[in-house]
Design a protein around this ligand. Structure first.
Ligand SMILES: [Zn+2]
Length: 98
């Protein structure tokens, strides 16, 4: 059973009060991230790499994301494998996207 993550983080440019631009991670729905073709995104819970699936997937599920790494899914609170193991302590991704 693959992950079904409906919100991920994307990098957005913000203008600070001193006029400088700054990149910040913001939470966005996966459907919007696909539409906007955001170049940088990550799991909002473990910061790991995720794969995006649009609505044309064969099984008819809504647009969603899943972890690229099984390890992330095992230890991320959003991961299917994590949820199958109650009591497990969540961890950040081994390869977090900064
Ligand atoms: Zn995660």
């Amino acid at each position: 059973m693959a992950d079904e993550i409906y919100h991920v983080e994307v990098k957005r440019k913000f203008r600070r009060s001193d006029g400088q631009n700054e990149l910040r991670w913001v939470v966005r729905p996966v459907a919007d991230v696909i539409t906007e073709e955001s170049p940088e995104y990550r799991c909002k819970d473990c910061y790991g790499k995720v794969k995006l699936h649009g609505k044309n997937v064969a099984d008819g599920r809504a647009p969603h994301a899943e972890h690229r790494s099984r390890q992330d899914s095992e230890y991320c609170p959003a991961g299917t494998y994590f949820r199958q193991n109650p009591g497990r302590t969540p961890k950040l991704s081994l390869n977090p996207i900064e």
